[in-house]
Design a protein around this ligand. Sequence first.
Ligand code: ZN
Length: 419
Amino acid sequence: MREANDGKVSVLLCNENYIGRSRRQQSRVPATPRSTVERQQAAKGLPPLAGGQVQPLPVSLSSQRIAATAACWFQWQCIEAWVLDDSGFSGPSGTRRSGNFNNASSWGRLGNNKILRKTEKVCNYWVQGKCSYGDKCRYLHSWSLGDSFSFLTQLDGHQKVVTGIALPTGSDKLYTGSNDETVRVWGDCQSGQCMGVIQLGGEVGCMISEGPWIFVGVPNVVKAWNTQTNTDLSLTGPVGQVYALVVGNEFLFAGHTVAVVSLVVGADRLYSGSMDHSVRVWNLETLQCVQTLTEHSSVVMSVLCWDQFLLSCSLDQTIKVWAATESGNLEVAYTHNEEHGLLTLCGMHDLEGKPVLLCSCNDNSVRLFDLPSFSERGKIYAKQEIRSIQTGPGGLFFTGDGTGQVRVWKFVAEPTVSA
Ligand SMILES: [Zn+2]
């Protein structure tokens, strides 16, 4: 791995006023004895990193008025971790509570009531605005199928695939990141107005928000912005592109190179999906790998925690639902088969509070499933693969595709069947 800061180990306690100074002086921060780091780690309950490289960052991720904090990162297994201390973060993400998932045996049990459909292909002429068949056309004159959600608007501007969509807490703006090396800021979803373009100087591999913070993975670095204080930081350490970011247990984790392509935190576990077809389960307290799941036969593209279950999807065309046995190990509780490789998972609730799984496929579609039945309740089409899906408040959700287009969708009340 690359030795950031010339391999120096340093800890800097700093407050909000000090951040600017510490950033300018980042390359000249004096070395601190390793024992300081070990003390810091011990204080945080972390195990000593025997032989590992510990690289505390001379920056603070504190929000307003947090007096003193230290952040450090270390590397293991191609996952980078920064300690986030007193950060004002709202808590672990990825853990979604739902009372509907108490019985693993109900996965996939409620039948296959597939939605009614026309020929499932978007009309090429309609896309170009010149289909003369109107309602009689056998192809779709719509970017979606299904009654329970509707298309609101599209956000045009990115020139390449959209790799991250974020809605930071306390902000009314939407942030989108792309391989076109920019993050775009959108004023409101209705007008589709772009408020700003931020040049990153490298392809955006992923982007998340946590509290007021936005974290953007670009090659060899994670950029962090506080959207409330306008503080920005560069977190060095990763080698190569950063493909996955997640916050949990006061850590920010970054998966980089191609070894880790997806991350999620649930309860006291971190799950990493990999190019090597495995999902690794990490204990967040000890930071030890406690289990390796090897049931997938291709790249694990996305992992998602929902209640006590782990969901994983893969280019092997399956979604697997994992549940813990009495021993605490995860086993496959249900496998859902698709006809295409699966790219991204996202979970949300519809307006009635029913859990919905959104899953993008490499046939340029997103499928919406009721859970736990996996009944298909809708489908979204795009011109290219949809690589990012993000949920918003009030039934809003967002998709970003390979052309750079971002679409805004919203769940609507289910139509009532008249007697
Ligand atoms: Zn047509």
